[in-house]
Design a protein around this ligand. Structure first.
Ligand code: URP
Ligand code: ZN
Ligand code: ZN
Length: 468
């Protein structure tokens, strides 16, 4: 009988701390040995000349999330996780949305049913608190955290989702008591509403106007407020999808005051600008997301944040809606005003290749920093480490093998999500994942799917590794 199920041989292995050439031995879904000239496996993969990295963890994706009357997200768990897998990911973390007036457990039951048997990657859920009532705060949330749902998102914007400051303070207080991790979407809803109404009154209703109703000041103010609320409660906080230097400065200042802040940015803030929507007419809806892409200076600031450590997480904020679809970007109301265009863009498959090509291959960031930003820090922030997010003895054998020599131009026809476009059509990238292992099982081999729907499992988070 073979000692190991599989050996990945001669690859350049990278973790968030190290780069070294080694063989990796896998048994029963776990990494069991790292070394040289390992022998005794039923199967071998030759990874000479390739990078062997922990599978990507995308801790900010939206899958099958209720999105308003008549609007349907383009991805279910099958298409969303298949797309993630092709992008070198082995775990994704979508959001389970509480319906107002209903318990979160009810939404969780439905969300688990949607995921069960459908996934190509492992999944772990965040919660969205949409109704911070006393039962939720006093009983439900503490029990859910004990059950392994240890992270939750709150919104300062969107009419149907926003919490006021008093409610956010209460949620943060529960997080402090339970050691849950709170993610905050920072935009000032009242300011946005004022600007939306002003634009609509002057007939300025095309998708391009979306960005002008959500300027940097709207995000900066809300970021400052969220950080202040966390400081008052004395609890760590995650500021998600940061789009510009002014919001980054707020994070840096809060850290200088001693606050524990995790910062996240996304590919759209590196590659897109608000001006890209100009001249696109209604096709600009394809790039409508919140916060919106900014300008070249903000892109440079976000790169600086990636390089210098303001950002700990690089996530996709994959939130796909089809463009040519009355249930998507071109719904009947959306064609009357940008206000009704569902917010969000697809990107789970392109997240890692974008950072690999534009970050690692250009020399902006090291390979360990890439691994930290795309995998390890996600596992650490959300209680999945060291089971996930690293290559170490005892960890799950979630591994992506990257070929740094492959140069390919992004075409939506080559991607696997349920949307009908990519914001990055025509962008040429160097370095792509070719083989992906999930819990020791080869899921994609040299670009070909060999794994099956249902191979991905649910993964509960553990407070033992919480950021608090
Ligand atoms: O526009 C975006 N980002 N949509 C997704 C929902 C969110 O706020 O993360
Ligand atoms: Zn958000
Ligand atoms: Zn999001």
């Amino acid at each position: 009988m073979d000692r190991f199920d599989l050996i990945i041989r001669n690859g350049t292995v990278a973790t968030a701390a190290d780069v070294f050439v080694a063989d990796i031995a896998i048994k029963d879904g776990k990494i069991v040995q790292l070394g040289t000239a390992l022998e005794g496996a039923a199967r071998e993969i030759d990874a000479a000349g390739k990078y062997v990295l922990p599978g990507g963890i995308d801790s900010h994706v939206h899958i099958s999330q209720p999105s308003g009357e008549g609007i349907v997200m383009a991805d279910d768990f099958a298409s969303g996780t298949l797309s993630a897998l092709y992008g070198g990911n082995t775990t994704v973390m979508p959001f389970c949305l509480q319906r107002k007036g209903h318990p979160l457990r009810e939404a969780l039951k439905e969300y688990h049913a949607l995921a069960e048997g459908e996934c190509y990657t492992d999944v772990s859920f965040h919660l969205i608190v949409n109704d911070a009532n006393e039962t939720l705060l006093g009983q439900e949330l503490p029990a859910l955290v004990r059950d392994g749902y240890t992270s939750l998102k709150v919104f300062m914007t969107y009419d149907d989702l926003r919490l006021d400051d008093a409610s956010i303070l209460k949620v943060l207080d529960v997080a402090r008591q339970t050691k849950a991790t709170v993610m905050v979407h920072c935009e000032n809803e009242d300011a946005i509403r004022y600007l939306v109404e002003k634009h609509e009154r002057s007939g300025n209703v095309e998708p391009y106007a979306h960005a002008t109703t959500r300027p940097v000041a709207v995000e900066r103010e809300a970021t400052h407020r969220a950080l202040t609320l966390a400081e008052i409660v004395d609890v760590p906080i995650v500021i998600v999808h940061v789009s510009n230097g002014a919001a980054m400065e707020e994070i840096a200042r809060a850290r200088m005051r001693g606050g524990k802040v995790v910062g996240e940015t996304c590919p759209q803030y590196l590659l897109l600008t608000a001006d890209d929507l100009k001249g696109m007419d209604w096709e600009g809806a394809k790039l409508v997301c919140s916060p919106p892409p900014r300008d070249k200076a903000a892109q440079a600031d976000c790169w600086r944040g990636i390089e210098a450590g303001v950002f700990d997480l690089f996530s996709s904020d994959h939130c796909p809606f089809r463009y040519e679809d009355v249930r998507g970007k071109r719904n009947t109301k959306g064609l009357k005003s940008f206000r009704h265009i569902p917010n969000g863009i697809p990107g789970v498959e392109t997240r890692q290749p974008i950072l690999f090509s534009e970050g690692v291959m250009t020399g902006r960031i090291s390979l360990p920093r890439f691994v930290a930003l795309t995998s390890t820090n996600h596992a650490k922030t959300y209680g999945l480490y060291p089971q996930k997010g690293t290559i170490a003895v005892g960890a799950d054998a979630d591994i992506a093998i990257w070929d740094p020599t492959i140069k390919r131009t992004i075409r939506h026809s080559d991607l696997h999500d349920g949307a009908d476009y990519t914001p990055y059509e025509g962008v040429t990238l160097t370095g792509w994942p070719t083989t992906v292992l999930l819990n020791g099982k080869i899921m994609i081999e040299d670009g070909t799917l060999v794994g099956r729907k249902g191979d991905g499992q649910y993964c509960a988070a553990s407070l033992a590794n919480s950021i608090q």
